[in-house]
Design a protein around this ligand. Structure first.
Ligand code: CTP
Length: 400
């Protein structure tokens, strides 16, 4: 699939980088996209609507009401018309409003009405970009499933040099192009993903858990959703969440609940990725009241949980693809390969615990993927989102 015939809204807010947007509009139109430009009032100071209307072939919109005729610009139908909304440049102000759902202008009303994917290319002065509020807003917008095109480093309008420059229009165009190109390659597929830790209750206040944050599994779910799959995410207890429209999240607490949820969904899944850090053991009994202190030691009797992945391996049919994770600290590849065969997997993703900046809680990960046909691919340290892309790229390439 390509950008041809796609309906794209370009939302421009009031930053100097707005002067570069006519180039983006031109590239999109040349590639065959339908482009509707919406500007905030302050964006008019940086680029003229006449230029943008001429290049896009459509009147530029800013207000709820058309001045001359008094007719209403319908933000709801425009929001639904769009296949993609691209905010470029986005100021700190618009970013904050997007994160908090404040719809005090036409552009933001369309944004709140839209159901399509959203891309954000921020542009602001370096201190504004580095401000904790901006960082928090960007993080929040990422949890909505939006694609952030980070600002780059360079000379800024203030004369200062640093991060805050909007990505160049050619690169934003390439990003949009890639999005539509890759968007389709999981369309029609159903993907089941597990993520996060499990909490095994000892009593009403205590549990046995682990350090998994759920970041890797959520990145996998988001990547699949962005590539067009219908995703079910079975998510253990974590403060992280995702709200991509293609993802249905089922929240669970413990290994037994995860087992139930996964088994209910498994028959429908074409690709299943077990990224959750499932507890191997759970208390034999959960006390109904808080356990009181008595003596200097205490013993807990644990029993093994059911191995969800192994059970899926037994159950899977020839067209289903099953992917597990392995976290090893010694003889890593040999142990991962053993696990792959024992659990009847198609792929196993080996996490490195030794690597700096990889594994639990980090935004990056360093993995090797082992296939049932005996291949081992070692990847460098990457963002978890890029690791997720590698996993699906390999799965798709192996099934051609
Ligand atoms: N897993 C599972 N159910 C469990 C335990 C683990 O589905 N009760 C899955 C994990 O989601 C992961 C894979 O099994 O995809 C590997 O988990 P790991 O803990 O590394 O391996 P184990 O099989 O538990 O073996 P060991 O702890 O002995 O290394």
């Amino acid at each position: 699939m390509s950008v041809k015939d796609k309906n794209i809204i370009i939302g421009i807010s009031g930053g100097i980088a707005a002067y570069k947007i006519p180039m983006l509009v031109r590239l999109l139109r040349k590639a065959g996209a339908n482009v509707q430009v919406i500007m905030t009032e302050s964006a008019h100071d940086f680029v003229t609507p006449v230029t943008l209307a001429t290049l896009s072939g459509r009147p530029v919109l800013t207000d709820f009401v058309k001045d001359d005729t008094g007719t209403w610009n319908n933000h709801v139908s425009l929001g639904l018309w769009a296949d993609l909304m691209v905010f470029a440049p986005v100021t700190a102000n618009t970013l904050a409003k997007m994160a908090h759902g404040q719809a005090d202008n036409f552009l933001l009303a369309v944004y709140m009405s839209a159901k399509c994917p959203v891309m954000i290319a921020p542009a602001m002065d370096l201190d504004m970009y580095a401000h904790p509020a901006t960082k928090a807003n960007l993080k929040k917008l990422q949890t909505y499933g939006y694609d952030i095109i980070p600002a780059t480093e360079g000379e800024l309008a203030s004369g200062l040099t640093g991060y805050g420059r909007m990505e160049e229009p050619e690169n934003i165009f390439a990003h949009i192009n890639d999005f539509f190109k890759k968007k389709s390659d999981l369309t029609g597929k159903k993907v089941l993903v597990t993520a996060g830790p499990t909490y095994e209750s000892i009593d009403p206040v205590r549990f046995i858990g682990n350090h998994s944050s759920g970041k890797m599994g959520i990145a996998i779910a988001e990547e699949a959703a962005e590539r067009g799959a219908e995703v079910v995410l079975v998510l253990g207890p974590t403060h992280l969440q995702t709200s991509h429209p293609n993802i249905k999240t089922i929240n669970v607490q413990n290994a037994a609940q995860m087992y139930e949820a996964v088994h209910k969904e498994f028959d429908n899944a074409d690709i299943t990725v077990m990224a959750a850090a499932v507890a191997d053991f759970t208390p034999e009994q959960t006390a109904t009241e808080k356990i009181k202190k008595s003596g200097d030691t205490m013993s807990l009797k644990l029993k093994a949980t059911k191995d969800i992945l192994a059970a899926l391996g037994q159950k899977k049919n020839g067209r289903q693809i099953l992917i597990g994770f392995a976290m090893e600290t010694e003889n890593e590849k040999a142990n991962a390969l053993k696990k792959l065969h024992k659990k009847n997997l198609d792929f196993i993703v080996l996490n490195s615990l030794r690597e700096k900046n990889a594994g639990f809680k980090h935004d990056t990960n360093k993995v090797s993927i082992l296939t049932k046909t005996g291949d081992i691919i070692d990847y460098p340290l990457k963002n978890k989102k890029d690791v997720a892309a590698d996993i699906f790229d390999l799965v798709l390439a192996s099934n051609k």
